[in-house]
Design a protein around this ligand. Sequence first.
Ligand code: GLC
Length: 633
Amino acid sequence: MGNLSFVLPALGFLLLCCAVSAKQPSTNVKYKDPKQPLRTRVKDLMSRMTLEEKIGQMVQIDLSVAKPEVMTKYLIGSVLSGGGSVPAQKASPETWVNAVNDIQKAALSTRLGIPMIYGIDAVHGHNNVYNATIFPHNVGLGVTRDPKLVRRIGEATALEVRATGIQYAFAPCIAVCRDPRWGRCYESYSEDHRIVQQMTEIITGLQGDLPAKQKGIPFVDGKRKVAACAKHFVGDGGTVRGINENNTVIDKKGLFNIHMAAYHDAVDKGVATVMISYSSLNGVKMHANKKLVTGFLKNKLKFKGFVISDWQGIDKITYPPHSNYSYSVFASVTAGIDMIMVPYNYTEFIDEITSQVKRKIIPMRRINDAVERILRVKFTMGLFEHPMGDHSLANHLGSKEHRELAREAVRKSLVLLKNGENADSPILPLPKKAKKLLVAGTHADNLGNQCGGWTITWQGLNTTDLTIGTTILTAVKNTVDPTTQVVHIENPDREFVESNGFDYAIVVVGEPPYAEGNGDSTNLTIPEPGPSTITNVCGSVKCVVVIVSGRPVITQPYISGIDALVAAWLPGTEGQGVADVLFGDYGFTGKLARTWFKTVDQLPMNFGDPNYDPLFPFGFGLTTEGKRQYMSK
Ligand code: GLC
């Protein structure tokens, strides 16, 4: 027997190699080979997965609970940042990338090394993130009727999302808001489904151009693009009296002609994911609606990406929410939902779905369909090849180029509703050179009001230091002649206005920021002191009123006292776009994408309805000549 001292270490090394190989497949397996056909990679990986690994892929949890040990123990396939869920206040792109990468490293350390996908509500730019470019909300973008512009916004947004290491945006909302009393109406491009269909072009901006003959297959073109999410399927904008998450009562023709139309376009454009609406359709909760989720979206429209629930959406299948979680899990998963935005009680969800699969209540073929769809998206977006966030894109966040694009979008989103008593005596464009001008109103120097909800926090903030941008007041000061004195006072009384000899005034008022149900309204009025400011100022000096709101609001009582009226919607960080048009560098071109009603008791009232009697009809918008023209892009 020779010297056996080398045997033990060699044996130990051999055992170690076996242990590691048992833990992670060697790199020559098919699912890890990007040269393999997609179908082969999915099939190979599926064949290796345990039930726990499959169920883990169906679970999305919030950043706040996504600790590495949770990712590895429960094999979690997806993480999100809910509104305001950030790694740190005013976190830099570097902090974001590091936070996302720490979670990804945990996901990759599991046996099969399946990368996680990280989602966030980038719904008007990368709006959760400090210093991101905040674009006008969809209510303003619909006014532009410019799909190319919206596609460019998608491209810019994708870059800013990737600059933070995130690969998935819960956008676009393709709701067709039919009643402005809905708190989410500003997330809808229009009351007209045809405009919403046009604006699905943003999907191509976010995800990239669909390769020929790949119509309907989810596609995300590499590391500078993100997976998109058409939401909320379906009929979220048609609820009774615009009550958020309520019931949409509609016949088949109305459903498919109005609310379903843009989903055809989204699927054709290869949208990677579809999010289900909290609302009900003719009394059936959409999160439990197998007929439409599986029967129509998957089987009829041939949608090949994955379907995701809304935030605690399955809990709300029952009332009170979460009162029968077993049924919630059964009804949502068997309806065809593939990924569940839990987002906190992941052990409860995992235990429940595992139990129902093992007891054959939920069939294994449903789990396999869900996981195949999720893997298909992760493979096609290159997540297996490029799972880690990239620090090199940080300079795109809030870049000058993107802010200029947002400024162009602001210009094109403005609607001129009144311009003097008649065409012969227009007020706008305003002269840049004047002795003294007054800028008043709660929204003149308030970036938070200008951006609205879904900005830095879920509900938005009524402050100015929430992020970096240009208020409308700053924009006015940037634009007027240096000899023009600009006086700013938020809510001046009549005496102040009369005693100061102003040449003219700009009054910027509107709605406070809100999101979802918090924005539901039964009166649609501009809260005080807005109306008082309008009365005090416009009763004493020539005035232009700029309304910053998520929707048409009550204006008829003031219209006769106003010399010029502009709808600015929720313009975002680039207030310079408002001044560009007020002072004539560019002309007004926007056309209403929503009916501007006279009184709330007319609602719901949409273009084409009988007894259509608006203050300003759908498609209305006065124009002015601008000194500069747009270069067509
Ligand atoms: C919210 C919204 C949805 C959003 C999701 C994640 O409740 O309904 O639009 O994408 O939760 O924040």
